[in-house]
Write a protein that binds this ligand. Structure first.
Ligand code: PLP
Length: 360
């Protein structure tokens, strides 16, 4: 049985994107590949708002998240933590044998710019990890405010996870001064998982050159050297690169501004529906994500039963809460290719299923 995903990653992939993947393979050192790769760069730079190269890594996003630590942390990394993914990043830094400190907030609370400033003022740190949109709890921190703090500490390298936000709202990498900006294929890009897309500032690249232990697979210098020839360091996941080409055509056809506006509009539609039912947003007011909503299960709905009904009768699934929030919250994605029609159909299915469970 096939069903549609409204979980916040992986998300539904269009027929057009799936078909784009089903093309004959080309050699990854061929002129055809170089032409394909080089055709993507200008559009990716537009999505990232950067003049720096945008690299393609055959890995899930975590590959580059871990790799970034190995490339730019010399002294000690400060991990800003306010959800499952950002909490994990500290663990990953420690597993890499790096000195790492924590700037902790409760899940659902945004990263606090004043607390970030105070932590950096200790002079202990030369790098920061930061998640723009904490998908686990639907909390979007104020990236411009946080980057304004980071710009006051020019010796600190910023590694910013925009994995579930990139392409859904404007994130101006160069203007904000982001050193390493990372996204993944299976979130707002609405592609299958397996490709990570990232961009590195010149100063971060120069710093990486002074660091040993970068390894090979995620070595920024390897990505840069190969990028100059229109290639990737190792054999890439070519079908996903075909998908990316197709997806960037979709972005261009819609227009990025329209794409951003659509995400805000559909996100609000889901929110309005939930508020009318009596649910509340889990993250702090004013910090709800625009690519998904994480609602507190204030009506004590049996979320497993709800998802069972949604799946069997309406052929779709939502998320019943991440990690320690399982059962206490539910998440609904509106990222990628959703439209007024698909969101309306989802809300209708939710109404019918909740009614069946005795919720008005
Ligand atoms: C999904 C996600 C990740 C992990 O991505 P993978 O592709 O599974 O490695 C990291 N950070 C955020 C914010 C995410 O949403």
């Amino acid at each position: 049985m096939s069903y549609k995903l409204f979980i916040p990653g992986p998300i539904a992939v269009s027929e057009k994107t799936l078909r784009a993947m089903a093309q004959p393979m080309i050699g990854h050192r061929s002129t055809d590949f170089v032409a394909l790769y080089q055709s993507l760069t200008p559009q990716l730079q537009a999505v990232f708002s950067t003049k720096d190269p945008v690299y393609l890594s055959t890995s899930s996003a975590w590959g580059v998240m871990e790799g970034s630590l190995r490339n730019v942390v010399k002294k000690k990394v400060l991990c800003c933590m306010n959800g499952a993914f950002s909490d994990k990043w500290l663990d990953v830094a420690q597993r890499c044998g790096l000195a790492a400190g924590a700037l902790k907030a409760e899940w659902g609370q945004p990263v606090d710019p004043a607390a970030l400033r105070a932590a950096l003022a200790t002079g202990e740190y030369d790098a920061v990890t930061l998640i723009h949109n904490e998908t686990s709890c639907g909390c979007m921190s104020d990236l411009p405010a946080l980057m304004a703090v980071l710009r006051d500490f020019p010796d600190v390298t910023s590694i910013v996870d925009t994995i579930s936000s990139c392409s859904a709202l404007p994130i101006k990498k160069d203007e904000l001064g982001i050193d390493v900006m990372i996204t993944g294929s299976q979130k707002a890009f609405a592609m299958p998982p397996g490709l990570s897309i990232f961009s590195v500032s010149k100063r971060a690249l120069a710093k990486a050159a002074t660091i040993t232990g970068r390894g090979y697979y995620f070595d920024f210098l390897e990505f840069q050297k190969n990028h100059e020839g229109g290639m990737t360091p190792s054999t890439p996941v070519i079908p996903l690169i075909y998908a990316l080409k197709s997806k960037l055509e979709d972005f261009a056809a819609e227009g990025l501004e329209n794409r951003y506006a659509r995400h805000v509009r559909l996100n609000q539609k889901v929110r309005d529906w939930a508020f009318a039912k009596g649910f509340k947003l889990f993250p702090k007011e004013g910090y709800g994500s625009v690519t998904l909503n994480c609602f507190a299960n204030t009506l004590n709905v049996d979320l497993a039963a709800l998802n069972k009904l949604l799946k069997s009768k309406h052929h779709l699934v939502i998320d019943g809460g991440y990690g320690k929030l399982k059962g206490k919250t539910f998440r609904i994605s509106n990222m990628g290719d959703e439209t007024d029609e698909t969101i309306a159909a989802l809300l209708k299915a939710l109404d019918a299923s909740l009614a069946e469970l005795g919720v008005k």
